[in-house]
Design a protein around this ligand. Structure first.
Ligand SMILES: Cc1cc2nc3c(=O)[nH]c(=O)nc-3n(C[C@H](O)[C@H](O)[C@H](O)COP(=O)(O)O)c2cc1C
Length: 220
């Protein structure tokens, strides 16, 4: 097939619209998110490529308002704690915007907590046995577990968009991981990796710009 033909296939199948139309949404209508829609989104998310097909993810769909409020409160408290550090002196304005960036998920009618389960390939195991530092280990492995979760989260957000929901992939709330894990009953070695609020967007999603392809793509 010609490259033009291939490109139009991305359009005629709706794939380009699904991907290009998604944008992070940070304001949601209060309408509940239907469970069957959550199942559909997560059903697409788990189709993601993942290291060793280990499927080292778990999704906790938090519908309960009190629990969502408690998660938000945990993030507020973690940021209060940071704000009290001497290292934070003079950063009051930045921390105020960071608080907004990290806590708006509490207004969404549904919050998905994405949990990472431990994953170790043979190479990870050998590098550990060899006694490499975490930094040297990561230099040679680049966290296949988190890459796999990222692939799933992107699919989840794109599927949610196709279903008419807005989402925002968030890692800022992970600053309160220990407290949120306790609230959700997530126990070690599982860890909170990201939070994805889901709800009908209050205003249509506005896709942000991207750098031109020649800036990011090279052929050799
Ligand atoms: C790993 C990751 C972490 C992110 N964390 C946050 C976050 O904590 N809060 C937030 O408002 N947006 C967060 N975002 C959303 C980005 O700001 C957003 O994807 C980026 O600005 C591009 O905009 P778009 O999603 O609308 O295309 C995160 C995105 C990624 C991929």
């Amino acid at each position: 097939m010609s490259s033009q033909g291939n490109r139009s296939r991305l359009e005629t199948t709706g794939f380009a619209d699904a991907v290009n139309g998604r944008a992070s949404v940070r304001k949601y209508a209060p309408d509940p998110v239907r469970r069957e829609d959550v199942e559909a989104m997560v059903g697409i998310a788990v189709r993601a490529a993942n290291a060793g097909n280990a499927q080292m993810w778990r999704f906790i769909a938090v519908e309960d308002e009190g629990l969502r409020a408690a998660m938000r409160q945990a993030v507020d408290e973690a940021i209060d704690e940071m704000a009290a550090w001497p290292e934070a002196e003079g950063l009051e304005k930045e921390l105020a915007s960071y608080r907004t960036y990290a806590t708006f998920f509490g207004q969404a009618p549904l919050v998905l907590a994405v949990v990472a389960r431990p994953y170790k390939s043979l190479a990870d195991d050998l590098l550990d046995r060899r006694g490499l530092s975490r930094e040297d280990h990561d230099r040679l492995r680049q966290r296949p577990d988190l890459q796999s979760l990222g692939a799933a989260i992107q699919l989840l957000c794109t599927a949610a968009h196709v279903l008419g929901y807005g989402t925002c992939w968030m890692t800022a709330p992970v600053i309160a991981a220990p407290a949120i894990e306790t609230l959700l009953g997530v126990e070690p070695p599982d860890q909170l990796a990201a939070v994805v609020p889901v709800g009908r967007p209050l205003t249509p999603p506005r896709p942000s710009s991207r750098r031109p392809l020649p800036d990011v793509l090279e052929f050799r």
